[in-house]
Write a protein that binds this ligand. Structure first.
Ligand code: DUC
Ligand code: ZN
Ligand code: ZN
Ligand code: ZN
Length: 491
């Protein structure tokens, strides 16, 4: 046979449109797209189905040892390792049609980055998903910036992640500027968690003093204005350095409008949002006792009206990537949401929700099935754009000759009620339990191998590949400098 696998009879979707064709796969890659291909050693029947590029989730926390476990300001620094392993994350991703991720290598204050990277590389190699890394910078010493960052760039890591909030992670403006300058010198994208640290800390202290400690006050501690301010500041500092950035998990129109203004000025600023900002609200955290913790993530989910405004910023193209920000903590047991007790104040409950498997079904259903966005826009948001912005294209994110054969075979009419067992992750709940969706993946192909069929995940642990990234256009600075003085020359 000419091909290892042929996908026959599907409607193949790309970021620019759809076409009816067969796909010939050899050696894990797409080598033919034609009206009819018959000579495959194996055949996958896609009749009546859409064939989408496998999802690219460019923002997932997997098996990430976090000091403080993404608790709010003030909590103690107990270490929680995010419960999802690369193996369970792979199962979950394949169940939901996603085939590659970009996840986070931690840095802890007082440490360099290389030892933890070596440990993390070993963990990641045990999964089935293809993966790339963002390097978190929480302690930007000269040693880290001048000696270690060039080494991780040489190893194919092309994005740095900084937090403007969280006690053990946040950077001062001066530290952030130094990271931006380092990224410019060495050719990395900088991704940013934008919330104002001091404002959240102050409000949190006031709320707790007033006895307002239940999970729902998490949202009160970080209203829209703290996100808008930090987004504005991140953009301003990136403009000063002439360094491209992506603003992570935009939850509200006011922050998105800061991004839109920057884009209109010609800056290389991109914005990402997540399914939780399209389907959950702050009211979800208003449940008896500890239950509200299940919906707690940062930024906080907002209101239904805000969800509508986020959709509008997606439609306009201001927000051009939808990732999951998968960061799972189980509700039961002592390692997850209850790490600091079931009556802990909201400040001490780990932030984050699982969403790897739910991302594509929710965005397809709420977006395409409900007529908010087109099918090709869905493909751009979930695969093509994240692959391009992260430097994974043309290998990932598109169905094209020469690309990896990563596919999601999708039944656009299948109606499913989301329930935790369908997520196939290690977390004991999903915040989307009971949500009815139209459209569901029926098979997932990773580099030519069928790794999920009718919900049954296959695949050998240890087959996920690291995706090294080289220099690429999106991360090249514009060369526009205040007063023409280059404070961060490239080299
Ligand atoms: N937000 C979360 O909700 N979890 C992980 C990190 C983050 O920024
Ligand atoms: Zn974040
Ligand atoms: Zn995150
Ligand atoms: Zn250098």
């Amino acid at each position: 046979a000419d091909y290892d696998l042929v996908v026959r009879g599907g409607l193949v979707a790309s970021g620019v449109g759809t076409m009816r064709c067969d796909i010939g796969i050899r050696g894990g890659r797409i080598v033919a797209l034609a009206e009819s291909i018959t000579d495959g050693a194996a055949t996958l029947d896609a009749g009546g189905l859409l064939v989408l590029p496998g999802g690219v989730d460019s923002h997932c926390h997997i098996e990430e040892p976090a000091r403080g476990g993404y608790v709010g300001t003030g909590g103690d620094l107990a270490v929680t390792v995010n419960e999802e392993s690369f193996r369970t994350a792979s199962t979950s991703a394949f169940a939901g049609g996603t085939t590659s991720v970009v996840c986070f290598v931690p840095q802890w204050k007082g440490e360099g980055i290389l030892p933890r990277l070596a440990d993390y590389e070993q963990r990641a190699a045990k999964g089935m998903l293809d993966y790339s890394f963002h390097q978190i910078i929480s302690d930007p010493t000269d040693e880290v910036l001048e000696r270690e960052v060039p080494q991780i760039v040489a190893r194919g890591i092309r994005s740095l992640k900084v937090f403007l909030t969280y006690e053990p992670l946040h950077l001062s403006d001066e530290q952030f500027l130094k990271v931006l300058a380092t990224a410019r010198r060495h050719g990395c994208l900088v991704t940013v968690h934008c919330e104002n640290y001091a404002a959240i800390k102050w409000r949190t202290e006031m709320l707790i003093k007033a006895g307002m400690t239940a999970p729902k006050y998490h949202a009160w501690s970080r209203p829209v204005v703290v996100e808008r301010e930090a987004t504005h500041r991140a953009i301003a500092l990136a403009e000063l350095v002439d360094q491209p950035i992506q603003v992570f998990h935009v939850s509200c129109a006011e922050a998105a409008e800061e991004i839109a203004r920057a884009q209109h000025r010609g800056l290389k600023v991109w914005g990402e949002t997540c399914p939780q900002y399209l389907t959950l609200t702050a009211a979800d955290m208003d449940r008896p006792g500890f239950e509200g913790a299940a919906y707690m993530c940062s930024p906080s989910p907002r209101t239904e009206a805000e969800q509508g405004r986020v959709w509008e910023m997606i439609r306009r193209g201001t927000l051009d990537v939808v990732s999951s920000d998968h960061c799972g903590f189980s509700m039961a047991g002592e390692a997850g949401k209850a790490a600091n007790g079931r009556d802990a104040p909201f400040r001490d409950i780990p932030n984050g929700i699982p969403g790897l498997a739910a991302r594509l079904p929710i965005l397809f259903s709420e977006g395409v099935s409900k007529g908010r966005i087109s099918l090709e826009h869905f493909v751009r948001l979930t695969a093509t754009n994240p692959a391009r912005l992260m430097g994974l294209a043309p290998r990932k994110g598109a169905i094209a000759i020469g690309a990896d054969a990563d596919l999601a075979l999708w039944d656009p009419k299948k109606r499913v009620t989301i329930a935790n067992p369908l997520m196939q992750h290690a977390i004991d709940y999903t915040p989307y339990e009971g949500l009815e969706v139209t459209g569901w993946p029926v098979a997932t192909v990773r580099r030519g191998e069928v790794v999920m069929r009718d919900g049954v995940v296959q695949g050998e642990p240890g087959t996920g590949q690291f995706l090294p990234r080289g220099p690429y256009d999106f991360i090249a600075p514009r060369g526009v400098l205040a007063d023409g003085f280059d404070a961060a020359p490239r080299g």
